[in-house]
Design a protein around this ligand. Structure first.
Ligand code: AMP
Ligand code: MN
Ligand code: MN
Ligand code: MN
Length: 274
């Protein structure tokens, strides 16, 4: 079992890095990447926890990208977390994130929802705010029946508290990852709400910008998407990555994915520096 896409409390997961490592190890995961949104701050603690287990931890990060006015996620794997290009790039995105969170708070305020910024911030426990924290706040404060509804009503694209910002460009994100000696992976290609034609455009640009791999299994996985993803990986000469995108114990997907890849599509983990 492998998992190259997971979150901890350092971004919008609910477990500490050490708790995540323990859970993954107990589920039989042998190779794990912690990939918090725009942050590598949990990796030292994860690494220390992994030393107590048979699990091998890979340094990761999930970088927010804006491309053609769309938000994309690029996962960096096997990165040197001390690389200055990477750390400076992530620091810039954290500033964008903080300013966006303030604006989300103001827009919710304008909709009559008071204290959203403070409420989300309290739930974040020191982490920089993501929309997940706002969704949790909106749910816990009774403004929506379930967290999903928070995106449909307030936080999703085209909704009143959706704030468009400029994250990194694809070239920047891939450049930072490469500067840090890592591999750049297009995350969850089927979760952008774009057509197949747009996905082809994204992959063309991603490959041209130096991208190395794409996720062929994300979350619980879907056989049709797996099949299509393998086809696209072959066509764009991208390696395959797999991950659960784990955020929290139940009801979402749990850490650990198994997969059988055809010989035509190399696994991204084959080229990790051991
Ligand atoms: P952000 O990077 O702050 O825009 O937050 C993005 C995060 O919000 C994603 O990584 C997911 O964890 C979560 N998210 C976004 N859209 C949804 C959705 N429709 N349902 C559940 N979680 C979502
Ligand atoms: Mn997330
Ligand atoms: Mn993502
Ligand atoms: Mn993720």
């Amino acid at each position: 079992m492998i998992d190259l896409h997971t979150h901890s409390r350092v971004s919008d997961g609910t477990l500490s890095p050490a708790e995540l490592v323990a859970l993954a190890a107990s589920r039989g995961v042998k190779l794990l990447a912690l990939t918090d949104h725009d942050s590598v701050d949990g990796l030292a603690a994860a690494k220390a926890a992994a030393a107590e287990t048979a699990l091998r931890l890979v340094n990761g990060v999930e970088i927010s990208v804006t491309w053609e006015h769309k938000a994309l996620h690029v996962v960096g794997l096997d990165v040197d977390v001390t690389n200055p290009a990477l750390t400076a790039g992530l620091a810039r995105l954290q500033t964008v994130r903080e300013e966006r969170a303030r604006e989300i708070g103001r827009r919710l305020e304008a909709k009559g929802i008071t204290g959203a910024y403070a409420g989300a911030d309290a739930l974040a426990n020191g982490a920089r705010l993501t929309r997940t924290h706002f969704a949790r706040f909106l749910h816990q404060a009774g403004h929506v029946k379930e967290e999903q509804q928070a995106y449909r009503k307030f936080l999703g694209r085209g909704k009143p508290a959706h704030v468009s910002v400029s994250w990194a460009s694809q070239e920047e994100a891939i450049g930072w990852i490469h500067a840090a000696g890592g591999q750049a992976v297009l995350a969850h290609p089927f979760r952008y709400g774009i057509t197949r034609a747009w996905l082809t455009k994204v992959l063309t640009a991603f490959k041209q910008a130096g991208g190395d791999a794409m996720e062929v299994v994300s979350g619980r996985g879907n056989p049709d998407e797996f099949h299509t993803a393998l086809h696209l990986a072959g066509r764009f000469e991208l390696a395959a990555s797999i991950g659960s995108d784990f955020h929290a114990p139940a009801p979402y997907s749990q850490p650990g994915v198994t997969v059988e890849l055809p010989p035509t599509v190399p696994a991204v983990w084959e080229s990790f520096k051991w």
